[in-house]
Ligand binder design. Sequence first.
Ligand code: PEP
Ligand code: MG
Length: 871
Amino acid sequence: MTRYVFMFDEHPNPSKEILGGKGYGLAVMSKIGLPVPYGFTITTETCKYGKDLPEDVVKQIDEHLIKLEKSSGKKFGDPENPLLVSVRSGAAVSMPGMMDTVLNLGLNDDTRAGLAKKTNNPRFAADSYRRFMQMFGNVVMEIEHDKFEKELNTIKNKHGKKLDTDLTTEELDEVIVAYRALIQKERGEFPTDPKKQLRMAIDAVFSSWMNPRAIAYRKLNDIRGLIGTAVNVQMMVFGNTGETSGTGVGFTRNPSTGENVAYGEYLLNAQGEDVVAGIRTPHPISVMEKELPDTYKQLMDVFHKLEEHFKDMQDLEFTVEEGKLFMLQCRSGKRTAAAAVRIAVEMVKEGLITKEDAIMRIEPNSVTQLLFPQLDAEDKKKFEVLAKGLPASPGAAIGKLAFTAEEVKERVSAGEKDVLLCREETCPDDIEGMNLAKGIVTARGGMTSHAAVVARGMGKCCVCGCGDLHIDAATKTISVGSKKFGPSDFFTLDGSTGQVYAGKVQVKDAEVSGNFETILNWANEFKRLGVRTNAETERDAKKAREFGAEGIGLARTEHMFFQGTRIRAVREMILSENVQGREVALAKLLPLQKGDFKDLFTVNEGLPVNIRLLDPPLHEFLPQTPAEMEEMSKEMGVSVEKIKVLCTNMHETNPMLGFRGCRLGVVYPEISRMQVRAIMEAACEVVESRADFNFKGVEIMIPVLAHMEEMKMLRELAVGVANKVLEEHKLTIERVPYTVGVMMELPRACIRADDIAQYADFFSFGTNDLTQTTLGYSRDDAGKFIPLYLEKGIYEKDPFQVLDQNGVGELIKMSVTKGRTTKPNLKCGICGEHGGEPSSVEFCHRVGLNYVSCSPFRVPVARIAAAQAAI
Ligand code: PEP
Ligand code: MG
């Protein structure tokens, strides 16, 4: 026979899954000898029956009620010595939105009189009765809370009383009469039979599991796989019997900072929700040491025992009855990322947990909170959310609205500090403006859109795909519904939630503490995967190294093309009609690229640097505006008309599948030759700059490759140029190691990985493009339909954010196996955005990649995720 009901100390293997979080805490606390009022838990398995509990379950509840009566020496419904209980819900995960708590259940006119007589405290009995009617009426009979409060306030006002503790027994009687009338009017007779009350409360808890609020909460918080809530029926203890009684909530450590001090609040002569209801101001726990010194000692002893047992910070509820402490709940306490890190590190030092435990306690994504300035949570509450987009790059940004990258540049150089770049979507041309802006918001684009990728790389707050914003660059207005905003208005962006506010929300500085560094260093002790970064500027590379990046996994060379006047040389190269013309332009670019590469090598001394050859379709760099065309015509000495024609000729219908990646190098080998030369000259020059310069090696990477022949051709080109440069500098490959490898971004490359590996020294999976090409979803447009796909359950997570392990992942697995059949030690990494996403990092560990590479601000996330994968 299935057991559906267990006394708190009966279950042989208590678990949250079966007993719910609350039931589990009560079971454990009972087992380790803490003062827990006795009771029983009806399991989560029972929840599936809702209101229609089978006979069998009802029988088990009755039997356990008898056990409770026996152990307490009281009887349910007995006017002489009544047993009163609380009925509380509790799923495996705590879940606002469900029915929560009914206290003092079992009271009616007779048992109330009995309670008054037995305790010799008629006021307490009256207070308990009115509380019970209010809670039962509200949560079980579903009458609005406000209606009860209104009755209570009318009577308080009538007698000139401010607090409910000021009400006399007689006045409380008036409240009871008023409540009874209210219930009668709204729902009919108030049930007086305690057994009926109990059954109604249990039914209400089980059915609240499927109420719309609870369902919405589960969906919003991605809570899946739970079978239901449990119900806990527990003997009442009373915090409302007078000034030596009370109720409180506590944390064994400070949940906000992690400091190892008892934290919490309590109220004397109070029950249940009073502490959080805000009617009376509760006292901090520290005051209890003076007010109730003995109880305080008991409480501190409990705090200690709980941490000893759970080896984690606990959040608990307690009641004090006539100076005696009772525990009503405990669970692992919610905490900020800063607190999580501090608690984990300190618990290792206290000998409570191991380093491995400490690492497993940290939610990898949460640590980005420690790297960016944050919005002040309290101040945020004062603002209404204007619109919501994708949380593309975390942090907070506040500024006035600018509508083009040019405008940002102009306003910043004119002395304005806080400007946000607001764009329909960004393009490579916007880089400088993005860099100067405090934050970026776009109306279109997904998590791997240009704005998102670049912003993350820069560590800049970005909200993208914010469809509710109608951004009109021509009139410099943003409209949201009937509201309109212009260049002098402020917006606040929350890059961690995707929320956009009108106005200025206050920000708080990021907290990076020594504990954070400690935990990251521990992560390095366990992880097997290397963690590199995607960066091309000196600033980003430095930042990433500070965060512990072990080299560069991807430098997108074209990102450097927009700095200053370089774009002119790039345009000249593209618009040249023959090799000679292109070579003239390329000669101008070479020293500039070389300078960039030298910076990268210098910042990454002792670490490997991967540099990718030019990738995007060339027309992305073309002049767009008449002024730019004019400029090019002067620069190159050809007519504006001619420039226009050249630009039109370069138009592509589907550029992401067009003339890009290695195809550029195949068709215009002089471009690749210039880039390889710039890389190798930079390498030789840094090596020559200091005899002891520790040059770890450069990896030259060929992007968007499909065919072995492409690889063969471009490898020959790269090796030819590289060896020539080494010869010119009289340096050996041992001193200036270089390799040539492939960026795996197309299914064909994965399918033919064994062939390609013959000519590749390494594979790096570009999973942004590999996802795009495997799924056939444009990465720049998928934002339009992915949310719907998620809603319909076709994908669980956006495949551009979380690696599609069954699809794209299979291709990666196959490529690694095939590649290593050809070359057993083939180095394999990932440099798509997934390289900084914890579940994808775990996958990379599992399939045997050598490293992951991600944007600088995700490096710490990846380090923790990589360590967790290895533990
Ligand atoms: C990729 O495709 O995964 C990649 C890293 O390259 P990009 O995002 O520059 O196309
Ligand atoms: Mg790519």
